[in-house]
Design a protein around this ligand. Sequence first.
Ligand code: GDP
Length: 319
Amino acid sequence: MAGGARVLALTGGVGGAKLALGLARELGPRELSLLVNTADDFKHLGLHISPDIDTLLYTLSGRSSRERGWGLEGETWQVREALENLGAETWFQLGDRDLATHLLRSGRLAAGDSLTAVTRLLGRAMGLEPEVLPMSDDPVSTVVHTAEGDLPFQHYFVRRACEPAVSGFSFEGIEGAAPNPALLERLAAGEIAAVVICPSNPFVSVDPVLQLPGLWQRIAQLSVPVIAVSPIVGGRAIKGPAAKMLAELGMPVDAGAVARHYAARYPGLVDTFVIDSADAALADSIAELGMAVAVTGTLMESLDDKRRLARFVLARAGL
Ligand code: GDP
């Protein structure tokens, strides 16, 4: 890429981090900026937890637990046991090593640092090359509207294991939240050469990022390729509640519904929608939405899978 040019990837946690890792391996050290959902951040035991940022930091630095898919490899749970003995709430599991991240973040935030500054510090400490940017330094909180009433995101996601049927989502605080200042500088400087919307949950990972005031319109005006990858493969989510959410919201459970959601909510934003080979039959109906459709294997199990999909996406962006 030309000097200073970067790929901007919008991502949630586990699904997005897989493609982010592939992109990080395929691009040079200063060629990737990751804009990460922070609407599922929350306070627990007085600590500021940023689950998606930590998933990115741990995945990109090779520290993430392979077995669990979240948190750190080689984790121990002594603090959790001690908390349990004290009668504290332990439904949100915090490992001993993971706690170090939350302690450092919470301390720096309390001392007045921005989330962007703390994330940069953590990224450097973990030896990361790509820039990991929280979507905003201002607090935004996803509220899940369910048949049982409104639930804060982590109560829905972790405590209730996504059981209650959803009817919609709102992002508290989003009207007053500014998009990440470092990203705004890069956008103003014309440094973004392509935008990738990772295969993350469209409703609770991608929507909060794109719905920051003015952000999606600004990206759409860039006249650079915007490529989205479907998180739904063969009518299923690989992990997490995306398929269940589609069904509960009355949408078909397929990649086409995700494309239609993006086309309706962010008209003209997505240039190319990447679907899995298993979903090739959906290509024509998605193309009718005014997007190019690209078909390839999108399951990312090995590092090779992740790099291959990253190369495919970059090629579609002309990079
Ligand atoms: P979360 O914030 O940890 O829930 O993670 P994300 O929102 O970033 O990603 C969740 C989505 O990733 C789910 O809808 C999954 O279907 C999707 N996903 C996970 N692994 C893969 C994969 O290998 N390929 C594709 N295409 N999607 C994936």
